[in-house]
Design a protein around this ligand. Structure first.
Ligand SMILES: Cc1ncc(COP(=O)(O)O)c(C=O)c1O
Length: 437
C-alpha cells in the first residue's frame, strides 16, 4: 500500500489530488482596488457637468491635478495626460521628429503598440535582442546602432526595468533620443530611481491590465520645455491652447497636426484616486511575488528572470525559465492542473510562447511589412530604402526566440492571500519534484 507521502505527490495531471480547486484571483492589478475614492471623484466631475479637460461649466481640473501629482512623484518638469499608452508612444516619437529616413531601435519582447508607433510615424523599426532581464540587451543595442538610428525605444517589461540606466547612457552618448516605455512597470524603480526618469520622454498606460487603471488612458513625462509643448500640440489638434483652453492656430511655433488623444476628466478623476493606491497595489504584488520566488530559489531545473534591483520590482509577473521547451510546456500544464490558474478567460499561468504579440515574430503586420496606405508606406518610402533587408521573422533574435520557448509566466494578482501564496509555492514544489527531477 502506498504511503501518504507518495499518494500526495501524484500530480493532478496524472490523476492525483490538485493542490487547490478554487481559481486564483484575476490579474488586473488596479481594477481590484477601484472603490469609493474613485467613485467620489468621478461623481464630482459628473455633478459639475464638466468632462472636458480644457474648459467646462465648472471644471474640476482632474487631469491637471493628476499631471501635477505625476510631476511631483517623478520629480520631472512636465507631464501630459493622454488617451492611451499607444497614443503616448506615437506622440513621443512625433515630438522627437521621427519620420521617414529614420530607424528606431526596440527590443524583440515588447508590445505591438511599440512597433505600430514607429511604423505609423513613417520610420523603420530595428530589432534588438533581450537578455535574461527580459528587457533590451545593452551589448546588442551597441551592435545595432547605425547611421540611420534616431531613437531607442526601451521597454520596462513585465513589471520591472532591466539594464535601463546603462541603455539610456549608451543611447545618450550616441546622441540618440530615449523613449522609455513604462506601460507595464508603473511604480517600479531601478536602484532608487523610478522607472519613468530615464527617458527624454517616458510614457505610461492605464489600460485595464496595468498597475493602476481608468480602463483606458496614458501619460507622458519629460523635462524639456520644447518637447513638452510639441507633445501638447500633437496630442490635441496640432496647436497649443491659451490659458482659457482655446486653440491658438496663429502661434507659428506650433502649427502641426494632432492625433486627437486628449485625456478626459472622468479618466483623470479615476486615476487621481488610483494613484493614491499605487504603492499599496505594487507593494502587495511585490511582497507576494518575492515570497514565492525566494521559497523556490535553488529548485533544480528552475531558474528566474534576472531583475537587477528586486526592491524596485512592481511585481505583477513572475517569469520562470526551464531547461528546454518541452520541460517548460510540461511544467506549466502540470501547474495549471494543480489549480494554479485564474478564472475562465484570464491568463494567469501560461508558457511565454502563448504571450502573443509581446514577441516580435508573433506580429504578422511586422513580419509581412504591412501598411495601412495603398502604396505601402513607410516600407516603400525612398528614404527608407536602407531598411529593405531588415527581417522580422522568427530567427532574427536568438535570445528572444530561446527565452520565448523555455520560459513561463505567472501573473501575481494584487489581492493574493497568504493561502494563495502558500498554494502557489506548494504546487511549484510538487510539480518540480516530478517534472524536473
Ligand atoms: C509595453 C506596452 N507599451 C504600450 C502599451 C499600450 O498601452 P495602451 O493599451 O494604453 O494603448 C502597452 C499596453 O498594453 C504595453 O504593454
Amino acid at each position: 500500500m502506498p504511503n501518504v507521502q507518495q499518494t500526495e505527490a501524484v500530480l493532478a495531471i496524472n490523476g492525483g489530488e490538485p493542490v487547490r480547486k478554487a481559481p486564483l484571483p484575476w490579474e488586473l492589478p488596479g481594477a481590484h482596488w477601484i472603490g469609493d475614492e474613485e467613485l467620489d471623484l468621478v461623481v464630482k466631475v459628473v455633478k459639475a457637468k464638466s468632462p472636458f479637460r480644457f474648459y467646462g461649466l465648472d471644471s474640476q481640473e482632474m487631469v491637471s491635478k493628476l499631471e501635477a501629482a505625476w510631476c511631483k512623484r517623478f520629480n520631472r518638469k512636465h507631464s501630459l495626460g493622454v488617451s492611451s499608452g499607444t497614443s503616448a508612444l506615437r506622440i513621443a516619437l512625433a515630438a522627437f521628429g521621427v519620420g521617414p529616413g529614420d530607424e528606431v531601435l526596440l527590443p524583440g519582447y515588447m508590445w505591438v503598440s511599440c512597433i505600430g508607433a514607429i511604423v505609423l510615424q513613417g520610420a523603420i523599426p530595428k530589432l534588438v535582442d533581450i537578455d535574461e532581464t527580459f528587457c533590451m540587451n545593452p551589448d546588442d543595442l551597441v551592435a545595432k546602432i547605425g547611421p540611420k538610428t534616431k531613437a531607442v525605444l526601451v521597454v520596462n517589461m513585465s513589471g520591472a526595468p532591466g539594464h535601463i540606466e546603462k541603455i539610456a547612457k549608451i543611447a545618450h552618448e550616441k546622441g540618440l533620443k530615449v523613449l522609455e516605455d513604462c506601460a507595464q512597470a508603473l511604480g517600479s524603480s531601478h536602484f532608487g530611481k523610478p522607472a519613468g526618469c530615464f527617458g527624454d520622454i517616458s510614457i505610461f498606460s492605464f489600460q485595464l491590465n496595468k498597475n493602476i487603471t481608468s480602463g483606458e488612458g496614458g501619460m507622458l513625462l519629460c523635462d524639456d520645455e520644447e518637447l513638452y509643448k510639441r507633445c501638447v500640440a500633437i496630442h490635441d489638434l496640432g496647436y497649443t491652447r491659451s490659458d482659457e483652453g482655446r486653440l491658438m492656430p496663429n502661434d507659428e511655433r506650433y502649427q502641426m497636426w494632432g492625433f486627437g488623444s486628449r485625456m478626459n476628466e472622468l479618466s483623470g478623476a479615476m486615476l487621481l484616486a488610483q494613484l493614491g493606491k499605487l504603492d499599496q497595489i505594487t507593494g502587495a504584488m511585490r511582497n507576494a511575488k518575492w515570497k514565492i520566488r525566494r521559497a523556490l530559489e535553488g529548485t533544480p531545473g528552475l531558474s528566474f528572470r534576472n531583475i537587477p534591483d528586486p526592491d524596485g520590482d512592481s511585481g505583477p509577473f513572475m517569469i520562470t525559465m526551464y531547461p528546454n521547451k518541452e520541460k517548460c510546456l510540461e511544467f506549466t500544464k502540470a501547474l495549471v492542473a494543480e489549480g494554479i490558474r485564474g478564472p475562465e478567460g484570464s491568463m494567469t499561468c501560461i508558457p511565454m510562447s502563448d504571450w502573443g504579440m509581446h514577441w516580435y515574430y508573433n506580429n504578422p503586420s511586422l513580419v509581412k511589412k504591412r501598411s495601412i496606405s495603398s502604396e505601402g508606406f513607410p516600407w516603400t518610402h525612398p528614404a527608407n530604402d536602407f531598411g529593405k533587408g531588415y527581417s522580422y521573422e522568427k530567427g532574427t533574435l536568438p535570445k528572444c526566440d530561446e527565452l520565448s520557448e523555455r520560459s513561463a509566466m505567472l501573473a501575481i494578482a494584487s489581492t493574493l492571500t497568504d493561502k494563495d501564496v502558500e498554494d502557489i509555492i506548494a504546487a511549484f514544489k510538487k510539480v518540480a519534484a516530478t517534472v524536473l527531477a
